[in-house]
Design a protein around this ligand. Structure first.
Ligand SMILES: Nc1ncnc2c1ncn2[C@@H]1O[C@H](COP(=O)(O)OP(=O)(O)OP(=O)(O)O)[C@@H](O)[C@H]1O
Ligand SMILES: [Mg+2]
Length: 493
């Protein structure tokens, strides 16, 4: 944007586009007298060229022009991503076209012939709107510039974690976000698929547009078509008004199709058409409506298997899966667990009015050793529960879920027995001798501990309160395979 100093006391920069010379002359004179900086053009292509080079606040454009219509000009202008506002000038009886332009992103329209006052009011509003947008852009740019953090929007919406696996995901997101290609995000439940989709949107050129999320699994099959594509008034019983569908709503932004594997086959065909033709028809409607959307979809299903079972269209799959992002399971990146746990402790703690909570070192270690089949979402829930239950500001091991407690020495002997698969009944019928029960416990305990430390023996020994030498002896005696554990730490809990 042109700096405010350059403009001095100018009220704003205006570009007027009209094929009538006279109109250009009059508007130029009037607006200059009112304190605006005015540039005039008779040809849309020349105006576009100028706008690309010169920061401009508002464009006043005629609708009927020989070279290209005002609407085509508007679409090109919006596509270019330039931040200027545009007001359409329409002659007698072409209001319909003007309204359509507003739908396409024009700020407003004004009917010829108009009074100067009328024009000034509309222009003033457009300038104010533009100013607010500029402030917003500056704010979100400031967010994006924050190093080491990611996500563009609120801290709640950032992807935390610094493991190599997470860094790869982040790099991929940053790399593909600016393109318009569809992205398919896969991964287990709770791994952050939706968060990744939001990050792609925030980092794309569509970041200021809408992010419309649809959960394909949660909309009843009978409603899904009208939810997605909208309907015309009277299309079916109960359709008392025309309704814009979610796909149309996402125009200019990103459409997030969550649980895409659950989309009924008939809808898959309709979605394919949107992807191919970039247009849709509302239920009960005849008109074809163009949409400009970027599709990001997500699934925790194996779509290849769905294709085999003929519940998912192969052609749609290839359309959606242009860029593939796989969210790693939490147990495949255990080093992220402390970072994420601390993050949730801060955010959830603040939510519950307990902003000063901390974890004891043991508690953090134990969390890192758990299996986390519910991934980040499970961790988030576990941390929140502990915040609510904690009586002091320190979260200690006694607040941890059973699974983690079992890994700690603080567990009671009866829990250990149960954990070893020895029910009271079994104890009566088939009691293992003390030594093998102890060996079995020691092996399980040490393996879990070593896994939590990524196979680092020194760290594990420190946590167990034993010497390194002693731990090595145990490892050898119990036949624990360290190479397997190190491999596991990268793969499995
Ligand atoms: N890397 C991360 N940093 C911070 N929070 C995260 C991260 N990953 C996930 N979360 C949080 O975990 C929760 C689950 O994430 P999200 O809803 O994106 O997962 P999902 O893969 O879409 O899950 P599902 O398959 O169950 O829909 C959310 O509250 C999200 O904010
Ligand atoms: Mg989700």
């Amino acid at each position: 944007m042109g700096s405010k100093q350059e403009r001095g006391s100018i009220r704003g920069t205006i570009l007027v586009l009209d094929d009538e010379e006279n109109m250009l002359k009059i508007l130029s004179k009037v607006l200059t007298m009112e304190g605006f900086h005015v540039t005039t053009f008779g040809e849309p292509s020349a105006a576009l060229e100028f706008l690309r080079q010169t920061p401009t606040d508002v464009v006043l454009s005629d609708i009927r022009m020989p070279e290209m219509t005002g609407r085509e000009f508007l679409v090109k202008l919006r596509e270019s991503g330039l931040p200027c506002e545009i007001i359409m000038m329409t002659a007698h009886g072409t209001i319909e076209g003007a309204i359509d332009c507003v739908k396409q992103g024009a700020y407003d329209y004004i009917t010829k012939p108009f009074k100067t006052e009328e024009l000034l009011v509309t222009l003033g509003n457009a300038l104010e709107h533009k100013r607010l947008k500029d402030v917003n852009t500056a704010l979100s740019d400031a967010w994006n510039r924050k190093p080491a953090e990611f996500g563009g929007v609120e801290p709640e919406r950032r992807l935390f974690g610094d493991s190599p696996a997470m860094n790869r995901v982040r790099e991929l997101i940053e790399r593909v976000a600016p393109s318009q290609s569809p992205v398919l995000i896969t991964g287990e439940s709770g791994t952050g698929k939706e968060l990744a989709a939001r990050a792609i949107h925030a980092y794309s050129t569509r970041g200021k547009g809408r992010f419309v999320a649809i959960n394909c699994a949660s909309i009843p099959e009978t409603l899904i078509e009208s939810e997605l594509f909208g309907h015309e008034r009277g299309a079916f019983t109960g359709a008392t008004d025309t309704k814009i569908g979610l796909v149309e709503l996402a125009d200019g932004g990103t459409l997030f199709l969550d649980e895409i594997g659950e989309l009924p086959l008939a809808m898959q065909a309709k979605l394919l058409r949107v992807l191919q033709e970039r247009e849709l028809t509302r239920v009960g409607g005849l008109a074809t409506i163009s949409v400009d959307i970027r599709i990001v979809s997500a699934t925790n299903r194996k779509l290849a298997k769905c294709i085999e079972e003929k519940t998912f269209r192969e052609d749609l799959y290839y359309r959606l899966n242009v860029i593939a992002i796989e969210m790693p399971a939490l147990r495949e990146r255990r080093e992220d667990i402390p970072v994420l746990a601390e993050h949730f402790l801060r955010t959830r703690g603040a939510k519950h009015g307990r902003p000063d909570m901390t974890f004891s070192e043991n508690a953090l270690d134990a969390l890192a050793g758990m299996s986390w089949h519910g991934n980040v979402r499970e961790l988030e829930n576990v941390v929140e529960r502990m915040i609510v239950l904690a009586e002091t500001d320190v979260i200690t091991t006694d607040l941890l879920p059973d699974e983690a407690v079992q890994l700690r020495r603080s567990s009671t002997s009866s829990e250990r027995v149960t954990r070893l698969g020895l029910s009271a009944q079994a104890m009566i019928e088939e009691v293992p001798d003390f030594r093998s029960a102890r060996d079995s416990f020691e092996r399980e305990y040490l393996e879990a501990l070593l896994r939590a430390q990524n196979g680092n023996v020194t760290e594990a020994a420190r946590h167990a309160g034993m010497s390194r030498r002693n731990l090595y002896d145990k490892i050898e005696k119990l036949g624990i395979d360290l190479t397997l554990i190190k491999g596991d730490a990268g793969r499995e809990g």
